[in-house]
Design a protein around this ligand. Structure first.
Ligand SMILES: [Zn+2]
Length: 376
């Protein structure tokens, strides 16, 4: 293992050479194709061996959150600057160290995102065709659904959800809620349970082929606390054959702002929920029922929930055509802002005393050169 670590330290930086090599190969492809082919083949071989090598030492992986990575980078920069300015003599070394520390403190202040104690987030993770929403306060998190897992073994939980949770520094969940047993919602349940040790697991209905220890069913009318937020279970009333209508429907609120997570319910279940909870449904953010299918999002549902934003969690150009135009029009007629993960990717709502701020990876969060506006 030590030998492998030494090899990685020596050869790891060589990995970086792939980027200029790819650029050179692209240029060559315009001038002389055979050289470009040799280069591309070489890069491919290099990458294959590099990933094979990495795969052989998973125990060496260390996960850093975004915040931790930033601190490591700052400390490294601090030492580098301090070392450079003390290169020629040590006369004013102490003062220089103090100036460096001060500069780093100032940059930290501006780099860190400002948030108060009341701030909470609704993150719609881009899991393609499926659903996974993270609702988090300063110290507690609830994950609603876990995306799909495919026959090949590939799962959205492994490739999208877990990396994101680690990136924002979440090591365990307060709640894991699986709306219902369909693969696009429950596919990654076991994996998330193992990796994130949720304190409580709530299910809309029994899962197929997966058994989660210490799980219990969502009971309508139940209330849970998530930090300073209140979570209310609005459905299912009783578990029926129709899996979609067994979805555990949640309204999460800070008393002023709310998000409604509606799984895959259809119009019939929407009407039932409206008849029971009509005065308690109003929510600024609505995660559209059943990814915007035509059998959900009735006029009645939209007019009672009165969302400002509706989110369609779908994959781009999915085979069902979700969200269907008819549903999009229904929301449009009631002046609801429509956001789709199929076109915007990851979607985040930041909620605090100033109100609700919407950000998407394509427009706001990714590096500028990835923004959609950059290409328009
Ligand atoms: Zn679904």
């Amino acid at each position: 293992m030590v030998m492998r670590l030494i090899l990685l330290t020596i050869f790891g930086p060589l990995f970086e050479f792939n980027i200029p090599l790819i650029l050179i190969a692209l240029l060559c492809s315009l001038i002389f194709m055979p050289i470009a082919s040799i280069l591309v083949h070489g890069i491919d071989t290099l990458l294959t061996y590099f990933f094979m090598f990495l795969k052989s030492m998973p125990a060496c992986y260390i996960y850093f959150s975004h915040q931790q990575a930033l601190i490591i980078l700052q400390v490294f920069t601090f030492f580098l600057i301090a070392w450079l300015i003390t290169w020629h003599g040590r006369k004013y070394m102490t003062y220089r160290f103090i100036v460096c520390s001060f500069l780093i403190m100032i940059t930290s202040y501006y780099v860190q995102e400002k948030e108060d104690e009341q701030t909470w987030y609704v993150d719609v993770i881009d899991v393609g065709q499926g659903l996974s929403v993270l609702v988090r306060t300063q110290d507690q998190s609830l994950l609603y659904d876990t995306g799909a897992r495919y026959a090949s073994g590939f799962s959205m939980a492994q490739s999208e959800i877990l990396p994101y949770l680690r990136y924002i520094g979440i090591a365990s969940l307060e709640y894991l809620v699986i709306s219902h047993s369909d693969n696009d919602h429950a596919g990654g349940a076991s994996l998330i349970e193992k990796a994130m040790h949720p304190r409580r697991i709530k299910l809309g209905e029994p899962l197929r082929k997966q058994v989660l220890a210490n799980s219990s069913f969502c009971d309508v009318g139940e209330r849970w606390a998530l930090g300073k937020l209140s979570v209310t279970v609005l459905s299912p009333f009783k578990r029926l054959k129709n899996s979609n209508n067994n979805s555990c429907v949640l309204r999460i609120s800070d008393g002023q702002h709310a998000v409604l997570l509606s799984g895959d319910i259809n119009k019939k279940q929407e009407a039932l929920i409206v008849s029971q909870f009509s005065s308690q449904l109003a929510s600024q953010i609505l995660i559209a029922p059943h990814h915007g299918s035509k059998y959900s999002s009735s006029k009645l549902w939209i007019s009672v929930v009165k969302p400002k934003w509706v989110v369609f969690s779908v994959s781009a150009m999915n085979r069902w055509g979700f969200p269907v135009q008819e549903v999009v029009e229904r929301y449009k007629k009631q002046s609801v802002i429509r956001v789709s993960s199929g076109t915007s990717g990851f979607i985040r709502f930041k909620i605090d005393s100033h109100g609700i701020k919407l950000q998407t990876i394509r427009e706001d969060l990714a590096a500028y050169w990835y923004h959609r506006s950059f290409f328009l």
